[in-house]
Design a protein around this ligand. Structure first.
Ligand code: BES
Ligand code: ZN
Length: 885
């Protein structure tokens, strides 16, 4: 096919603004270039003749002109690495089309047409796991964001909504189960093949299309909605996995009930299917009526899944189910609006998990992720607003900023409105935009109108990147306490000037003598600076601020250690109490790393931290889940984030020193805690989960102060364990200490679970994440292990993400860790670009790392950049990381 001409942006779609793509400089797509698509695709009919290495796809599109868009003489159908074997318009073969890059552009004379296109694809050759691919002998799809165009030519953009009717046929033997979106309307068979027809009555964008064909079995159940609709529920897995699906099914039913009760949202089909696949780029996908999940977020039983895994399954099942309203019924106008569905749905899954378990513990976990992942993103070369202005590859924008900061921004609206008014806002949003493709602006306007809030200035949270810094001072004079608040939003790539944003801060002032306060207040800092006074304080009160982490900001304040110890012991807001503990430890670590704290000083600080911890250990009002949070040390990345330029080696060393000091000082209480929790019988209730959490935490402190004792306890814990949480916890502690038990238990673990891929993933991750001094050697040996493969994203992540997050090994002084990640990226890029690109950000931190390592990190990035051929995904991340975005 020769290219007759290169139409420049014929349909006004920003995604197609530049036609000829230079792989060394992929075009930038800009939010401001958005134009509606000139055509409406009212109906899409698909016919699949399924085969693992050859699937034929016939698609029939019923199209008409979109009166709300500029008229165009052509229709651009996106493709990605596919070829048309036949094109007809209104039943006649046609020559009036050209290939423009990967896209097919058809010239159309009239206002309404029927287009038929045939393609042939090879799912077995699809290692990118986007589009239609083979996993373990089954066929499945992943279409978000732009995978549908790898299956057939189509206007693959989220504002083109269409109803889908799908027929699929294939071998009865290989594909006994045939699934698609919506409802199954007919089935039949001829010889060894059989077929099924599916119809989805709800118009949807192509990214929500899904198809699954394979040898699967289901756990089935049903749910009756508030309106009385009986919904059939199935969780589909491979034969041997059925007895690990109970938790997923229970989580699904709880999600459905919760969304009715809390957001008034009812399910809208008679069928809801979940399928678990073992090769999957992400966690899970919300395809209409047919969610596809990474096995990691479906399968769970006590023997193979940790308490964290159980929570993960519940949270992700909830998340994808909640998308049925926040994502599917109301979708995104364009991919710049991704946070519209993801930020909101993350908030919804967070609230759900909080309601199912411990609200404060869930809040702390979510803040830890935000500060450990999103804050570094927001202060580095990849910083972007929750609604980005431009991108080269959309897959790179499924970020902690869009997801987690996006959720925080909506949470702030909820905090300012209060729960009831916020619900009025979301009701209005669902009413106004049901069935449509919407924008973040539509969401904010709905909350504004429904909740009666003025969000004019608040909208800046959508357009400004960077974590605001809030300066706090409290002065006391006579009977008045005067609080001065200031804010600055740091410069980020492409945004040097920032404007103040409304920051809702929950606070309380504690009376030193009684240890109580007069009630929590919500102060909204709207300007660069504000002063608030509080009367009736004869003595200077102690300030507790940003309670519940009411705003995603960094608080900068002069606070004495004595005040922090007070809050760590007495604050009635569990988050603020946790925060005080963290601040005590972080403050000390930062000082220790930069100033060389002298021995007396170190002694005094450690004693203060130990005193606060002792009160946590002895507080019988606390449940163990919360106790565990209060005893946890801040992560090395979080400590590094507090410093302009960090020395990861020193941070790690000082953090270990503090751990040892605390372990030594608290030895008695920690052993008591261990003894109290060691033999608790297994159950999934909060008490037993809490016991398991503090048990392994105690073991980790004991390991830092008395390794021999820890080896003995850990080996016993490993042997006696009747659940994965205890067994993995013990193995993690052993993996960090040299001993015969280390080798023996690692071998035992491997042998015990060699047939369970998800557990073998843990085995890889435990070793790659270990603080063992020779972890780097272990990782090198593991990449040559027969069970290691670059083809399976879970396996790649279990070895290399764990390694990139290893504060010691990854930052090895000679740069070997950086080189290993660069090697991985180069090798993985042609196989799975999306996954490869996700390893770039750890190297992109170089500007905030001490000189010697920074140079080595930059060299690793340069080596990737110099590769003759790179995917768009990796190219974009490397270019931005080097400041050449
Ligand atoms: N829609 C996404 C899945 C997705 C992400 C598809 C990126 C294509 C590209 C899904 O709803 C999602 O957000 N999944 C998360 C888990 C969730 C609990 C945050 C994931 O897969 O990590
Ligand atoms: Zn999502």
């Amino acid at each position: 096919m020769d290219i007759a001409r290169t139409p420049s942006n014929p349909d006004g779609n920003p995604e197609m603004a530049d036609a000829a793509v230079d792989p060394k400089n992929p075009p930038e797509i800009r939010r401001e270039d958005y134009r509606p698509f000139p055509w409406i695709v009212s109906e899409t009919r698909l016919d699949f003749e399924l085969g693992i290495d050859c699937t034929r796809v016939r698609s029939t599109l019923t199209i008409s002109r979109n009166a709300k868009a500029d008229r165009s003489a052509t229709i651009r159908l996106n493709g990605d690495g596919i070829e048309a074997t036949s094109v007809t318009v209104d039943g006649e073969p046609t020559q009036s089309w050209v290939m423009d890059g990967d896209d097919l552009v058809l010239t159309l004379p009239g206002d309404a047409h029927e287009i038929r296109i045939e393609t042939e694809i090879d799912p077995s050759a699809n290692s990118q796991l986007m589009g239609l691919y083979a996993s373990n002998g089954m066929l499945c799809t992943q279409c978000e964001a732009e995978g549908f165009r790898r299956i057939t030519f189509f206007p693959d953009r989220p504002d083109v909504l269409s109803t889908y009717s799908v027929r699929m046929s294939g071998s009865k033997d290989r594909f006994p189960v045939l699934l698609c979106n919506g409802n199954r309307v007919a089935t039949g068979e001829e010889g060894d093949t059989h077929w099924a027809e599916w119809h989805d009555p709800w118009p949807k964008p192509s990214y929500l299309f899904a198809l699954v064909a394979g040898d699967l079995v289901a756990r089935s159940d049903s749910f009756t909605t508030m309106g009385g609709r009986e919904v059939e529920l199935n969780v589909w897995v491979r034969e041997g996995d059925l007895d690990r699906t109970e938790h997923a099914m229970e989580s699904l039913k709880r999600s459905m009930k919760w969304d009715e009760e809390v957001f008034g949202r009812e399910y809208d089909l008679d069928l809801f299917n979940i399928v678990a696949v073992s090769d999957f780029n992400m966690g899970a996908m919300e395809n209409k009526g047919l969610n596809i999940f990474n096995t990691k977020y479906v399968l769970a039983d006590p023997e193979t899944a940790t308490d964290g895994d159980y929570d993960g399954v519940e949270g992700v099942i909830g998340h994808e189910y909640f998308h049925n309203w926040s994502g599917n019924r109301i979708t995104c106008r364009d991919w710049f609006q991704l946070s519209l569905k993801e930020g909101f749905t993350v908030l919804r899954d967070q609230l759900f998990s909080a309601d199912m378990g411990s609200e404060p513990v869930k809040r702390i976990e979510d803040v830890r992720i935000l500060r450990g992942v999103q804050f570094p993103e927001d202060s580095g070369p990849l910083a972007h607003p929750i609604r980005p202005d431009s991108y080269r590859e959309i897959s790179n924008f499924y970020t902690a900023t869009v997801y987690n900061k996006g959720a925080e921004v909506i949470r702030m609206m909820r905090t300012m409105a209060g729960e009831e008014r916020f619900r009025k806002g979301t009701d209005l949003y669902f009413d106004r935009h049901d069935g449509a493709a919407a924008t973040c602006e539509d969401f904010v306007s709905s909350i504004e109108d429904g909740a009666a809030l003025d969000l004019t200035r608040f909208r800046r949270w959508y357009s400004q990147a960077g974590t605001p810094r809030v300066g706090v001072t409290l002065e006391h004079d006579g009977e008045t306490a005067r609080l001065t608040l200031t804010q600055t939003v740091p410069a980020t790539p492409g945004q040097s000037e920032k404007q103040p944003m409304p920051i809702p801060l929950k606070l309380a002032l504690f009376d030193r003598a009684s240890g109580t306060h007069r009630g929590e207040e919500l102060v909204i800092l709207n300007e660069d600076r504000a002063e608030v006074t509080f009367d009736g304080f004869t003595e200077k009160p102690i300030l507790s601020i940003n309670r519940t982490f009411s705003a995603p900001v960094t608080i900068e304040r002069d606070v004495s250690r004595e005040e922090l110890v007070f809050l760590a012991e007495k604050d009635d807001d569990p988050f603020a109490r946790y925060e005080a503990m963290q601040e005590l430890m972080t403050g000390h670590l930062v000082a220790d790393v930069t100033d060389d704290v002298d021995d007396d000083e170190r002694e005094a600080v450690c004693e203060d931290i130990a005193r606060a911890m002792r009160s946590v250990l002895e507080d019988d009002q606390l449940d163990d889940l919360m106790r565990g949070e209060l005893l946890m040390m801040p992560g090395a990345t979080y400590v590094a984030e507090q410093m302009l330029v960090a020395d990861p080696g020193r941070i790690h060393a000082r953090r270990e020193t503090l751990k040892t000091a605390l372990g030594t000082r608290l030895a008695g209480s920690l052993q008591e805690l261990y003894a109290r929790t060691e033999n608790m019988p297994f159950s999934l209730d909060a008490g037993a989960k809490g016991a398991r959490k503090v048990k392994t935490l105690a073991l980790a402190y004991i390991a830092a102060s008395d390794p021999a004792k820890a080896v003995e306890l850990a080996a016993r814990q490993y042997d006696r364990a009747d659940n994965m949480t205890d067994r993995q916890g013990a193995l993690m502690v052993l993996a960090g200490l040299d001993s015969a038990e280390r080798t023996g238990k690692l071998l035992d673990f491997y042998n015990r679970y060699q047939n369970n891929a998800l557990v073998i993933d843990k085995w890889f991750a435990i070793q790659a994440g270990s603080l063992h001094p020779r972890a780097i050697e272990h990782v090198k040996a593991l990449r040559d292990h027969p069970d290691f493969t670059l083809k399976n994203p879970n396996r790649v992540r279990s070895l290399y993400m764990a390694f990139a997050a290893n504060p010691a090994a990854f930052h090895a002084e000679d740069g070997e860790g950086y080189a290993m990640i660069a090697d991985l990226i180069l090798e993985l890029d042609p196989i799975n670009a999306q996954t490869a690109a996700r390893f770039v950000p750890p190297l992109g931190r170089w500007r905030r790392i001490e000189e010697k390592r920074a140079k080595l990190m930059r060299e690793a990035l340069e080596r990737i950049a110099a590769a003759p051929k790179l995917s768009r995904d990796t190219f974009e991340q490397v270019a931005r990381s080097l400041g050449r975005g």
